[in-house]
Design a protein around this ligand. Structure first.
Ligand code: BG6
Ligand code: MG
Length: 222
């Protein structure tokens, strides 16, 4: 097993933005008279803005014109942006900086593979933007996760092959995207949800990149 690159999802892997997305979508949903809970939020992890809105509209059996949808998505994003106005490096998830350091030291190429159109802004706010050699954000693909396009574009940008690349993901759709693209998938979060990944870890606390690679190797042999 030869590793030459790592691709990181952003929301839920590098920064814990799920709570802010949840708050903003819940507001949108409630304005439309649709209930929205943690289970709904889980379905929307890794899902782009418009598809997320469509999920809420479908749930409420509501139909809107394209112009109305654009406005609703815009309003949600404005709300989300006010929630993350003061975001800084203190919101980087524990262990992330160390994993980036270790990847860099090992000579691995590092990319971002996120569905978010706010990805660059968040990486700037947290001071991490220069850590990524290549960034695929919500403007960088046509087919969203679980389609592998976002990660395949990342691998292409780094000039590496998926079979030499580890993808770090907190969403089921993202894990599925990584697996179907031929990457090694490391799930960050609950094993019950992310069981399709090669391995699942709780977070980056108390684990080294070397250990992660050893665990993947063991999982493949099994
Ligand atoms: C994903 C998040 O990374 O990006 C989703 O998991 C979010 O919750 C999606 O909806 C799109 O983000 P944005 O910032 O472009 O609205
Ligand atoms: Mg995510």
């Amino acid at each position: 097993m030869k590793i030459t690159a790592c691709i990181f999802d952003l929301d839920g892997v590098i920064v814990d933005t799920a709570g802010y997305h949840f708050q903003a979508w819940k507001q949108t949903a409630e304005n439309l008279g649709v209930s929205f809970d943690e289970h709904d939020n889980e379905q929307l992890k890794g899902v782009g803005r418009m598809d997320s809105l469509n999920y809420i509209l479908d749930k409420g059996n509501i139909s809107k014109t394209e112009a109305e949808k654009k406005q609703l998505a815009h309003d949600k994003n404005e709300h989300y942006k006010t929630l993350i106005t003061n975001m800084d490096a203190s919101e980087i998830l524990p262990g992330v900086v160390s994993i980036l350091d270790q990847a860099e030291k090992a000579g691995y190429k590092i990319a971002l593979g996120s569905a978010s159109k706010n990805a660059r802004m968040i990486l700037k706010k947290t001071g991490l933007i220069d850590r990524f050699e290549f960034i695929v954000d919500g403007n960088g693909f046509i087919n969203g996760k679980p389609d592998p396009e976002v990660f395949l574009n990342g691998a292409k940008g780094l000039n590496v092959s998926p079979s030499e690349t580890i993808v770090f993901e907190d969403s089921l759709k993202g894990v599925q995207a990584a697996i179907s693209g031929g990457f090694y998938a490391v799930g960050i979060g609950a094993p019950e949800i992310l069981k399709e990944a090669h391995i699942v870890i709780n977070d980056f606390k108390n684990i080294t990149l070397t250990n992660i690679i050893i665990k993947i190797q063991q999982a493949i042999i099994k």
